[in-house]
Design a protein around this ligand. Sequence first.
Ligand SMILES: [Zn+2]
Length: 351
Amino acid sequence: MATDRYTRRDVTKLVGLAGLGAWLAPARVVAGIAQDGRAGGSVLQIPSWPTELRRLAPNVYAYTQASGPGVDNASLSNAGVIAGPEGLLAIDTLGPPIHAKAFKSAAQTATGKPFDRVINTHHHRDHTNGNCFFSPVEIVSSEYTRQATIDDGIPAQPYDTRPQWQAGMSELKLAPPTTTTNGQTTYRYGHTVGEVIPNHPAHTFGDLMVYLPQHKILFAGDVAFYYVTPAGHNAQITKWIAAIDRITGMDVDVIVPGHGPIGTRKELADTRAYLETIVEETRKRYAMGMSPGRAAADIPLGRFAAWTNPERNAWNTVRLYAEFAGTLSPRQDLDAQNEAVAEYLAIRRSR
Ligand SMILES: [Zn+2]
């Protein structure tokens, strides 16, 4: 039976990153209620977080987008900024135009400087669709990410389930990475060093991270999901765990996840624990011949059941079934994932 892992004070403390200075104020903490009866219906306290550009160190900023319990986090990703004497480096560019423009404007207002380079941590459109609003600049990614960005293109009706995001949508156009790197690359913006580090396969087959060794800050991209169910639709989930272990071995204090509030290694350990749980529990149900949608609904997630976007558990079981069967490919199996999500939701509704 699961136990309540965090008290309100613990969560406020860990979200507030005690000991790292006053730059990170405690986030508002609200309760989320676990839905999984077999896990004891644990009441977990998970935070809400704001849309804001937050200064993490001199010339280093994180941009988070508001989310938390009860908010669909799909496409509400985070970004980062390193400021040099002349210009700015963006770490991801968000998705819908209104998000990308708000991020760009906030950073330029805070620094008084223009963007001159973008790093794409991976190809998902909530991290790359905004590229066109930063061009013409150098856009850096892994080779896989560049090709996957081109292959995915821009949908005919982007974000069509989100009417509140449609402003400026006709301006969206494909702006794939212009420069690819297969190894570690170091950029210097004034005195600030940003190391671009490959860490894949993990969330995708092309993940990059940006590490600032002087400040022990890591922009982890979607290798890190905090208080949000990790999306494994393009992942190799067993290798994702190894990618997290590589971060754990680094000298890092502050981690900006691709989704979720700014955090630390403690939340990264939770991402890892979720992935370990889903791997081990899915393995048992794969061996039993259970369908991936039913497996996702059957797995007791304990304290992770309160994380938003639980339908992604069905994406993750589909990916793991492919891994176990030896048929995994880097690209998403959309039909299988949609079928599994439909079965998962039908089972959950029938309870
Ligand atoms: Zn992603």
